[in-house]
Design a protein around this ligand. Structure first.
Ligand code: IMP
Ligand code: MG
Length: 183
């Protein structure tokens, strides 16, 4: 049994469930990119665990790169504005780009990011997300691949944080409300 962090209300997705699903999605991506060499972009920091599990399950030749953007601050609500904190080192012109995201909430982050990357004339841009909270969408944003659609709960672990904590939990868990409501 995995010990559950005292600030976690309940485990939503176990490490095992995630591993199984990530392998399935990696296979679908291999099929999609057959005969091509995508650049797989990890959106720091939340996607880092998902990204490293995903690419190790992909057989397609690929290159990797990292980007850090933010629209969140320390709270639990999106501001709608996108700040680039770290840009890609790769020239994506003519490349197939696969964006790897941890979670899509309002959709603002990816909506703006996709627009920004499309302006660099890539061959294609696809999005794979670990989690999707479609109820909270404020802008149209449909990822091509989603591992899990989840309820509107604030979750942490497997890369996801609250105020930079909990990223190393080996599962996705719902954070106790008392942790952020009195913060
Ligand atoms: P969006 O722009 O509202 O779609 O927000 C996407 C970003 O918000 C994600 O990349 C996360 O960093 C953060 N986020 C949204 N929901 C959660 C959550 O439940 N837990 C942790 N981070 C979240
Ligand atoms: Mg994020």
């Amino acid at each position: 049994m995995v010990e559950v962090h005292p600030n976690v209300e309940y485990v939503m997705l176990t490490g095992q469930q995630i591993t199984r699903r990530v392998k399935m999605v990696a296979k679908q991506l291999d099929k999609l990119y057959e005969g091509r060499k995508p650049v797989v972009v990890c959106i720091l920091k939340g996607s880092v665990i998902f990204f490293s599990d995903l690419i190790r399950n992909m057989k397609t030749p690929l290159t990797i790169d990292f980007m850090a953007v933010s629209s969140y601050g320390n709270g639990t609500k999106s501001t709608g504005e996108l700040t680039i904190k770290k840009d890609l080192a790769t020239d994506i012109k003519g490349r197939d780009v696969l964006i790897v995201e941890d979670i899509i909430d309002s959709g603002n982050t990816l909506y703006n990011l996709k627009k920004l990357l499309n302006a660099r004339a890539p061959a294609s841009v696809n999005i794979v997300t670990l989690l999707d909270k479609p109820e909270r969408r404020e802008v149209p944003m449909e990822p091509e691949y989603t591992c899990f659609v989840i309820e509107d709960e604030f979750v942490v672990g497997y890369g996801l944080d609250y105020a930079e904590e909990y990223r190393n939990l080996p599962y996705v868990g719902v954070l106790k409300r008392s942790v952020y409501e009195n913060a």
